[in-house]
Design a protein. Structure first.
Length: 228
């Protein structure tokens, strides 16, 4: 059989999606191996705690920056670093699973770079929603807000597809409704920090960015403005 006609049974992952998942899991593995004393020496036991102190998103620090009008880079960078510091191995695994699944579907339509932009900016949007709407004292860590941004982009794709076939577009939001319902149930049963608002903020950011970043999206917006 000619290799020109070979079709792989499973579509390969876009490189940026695989790299993103490997980066997140690589950091988590370093934390785990360090905590067991297998790498990094004695100081490696505290790597996760040090990372939480330096790279988590802190609403208190954001308040300080706004009040003083000062934006040190070591604090501003927290908007984009907190998703890469997981609370636990389990959290990192779930984040990577969603990145691989949702990231693949989004990247295949939007392209790898635009998928990465949605991931990063959804993390920023989630952090802002968390800080400004709740004003909590707990720092924000973990990759769920940008993951929900990818879910937002995927929801946008479903929303557009349903509009093309003349079906009820509200069906596109079934996934986010189920996920948020599960979150509320877990909060009621086990408690925890109110970081669901960050996930919802990430979702809204990803959904909104899709209008611009989808192929031809910006051209459609410019054309609509000119017609108006």
């Amino acid at each position: 059989m000619s290799s020109e006609h070979y079709v792989p049974p499973v579509n390969p992952l876009p490189p940026v999606v695989a790299a993103l998942a490997l980066f997140i899991m690589g950091i988590e593995l370093a934390f785990m191996l360090g905590s067991k004393g297998l790498i990094g020496g004695p100081s490696a036991v505290g790597w996760r705690l040090d990372a939480l102190r330096q790279y988590s998103f802190s609403p208190d620090i954001l308040d300080w920056m706004i009040q003083n009008g000062r934006w040190p880079i070591e604090h501003v960078i927290r908007f984009v670093t907190y998703p890469f510091v997981s609370r636990s191995f389990t959290q990192a695994i779930f984040v990577c699973v969603f990145v691989l699944a949702m990231g693949k579907m989004v990247a295949e339509v939007f392209g790898g770079i635009r998928m990465l932009i949605i991931f990063v900016l959804s993390g920023v949007g989630g952090a802002l929603a968390y800080a400004l709407l709740l004003n909590p004292t707990y720092p924000l860590i973990g990759g769920f807000p940008p993951v929900y941004g990818l879910i937002g982009a995927f929801t946008w794709l479903l929303w557009k597809k349903l509009s093309l076939v003349g079906e009820n577009q509200a069906r596109a939001f079934q996934l986010i409704a189920v996920l948020m319902g599960i979150q509320f149930l877990f909060r009621l049963l086990f408690g925890g920090a109110p970081d669901w608002i960050a996930d919802l903020g990430g979702f809204a950011t990803g959904f909104g960015l899709s209008f611009i970043l989808a192929p031809g999206g910006w051209a459609r917006i410019v054309g609509r403005i000119r017609r108006d």
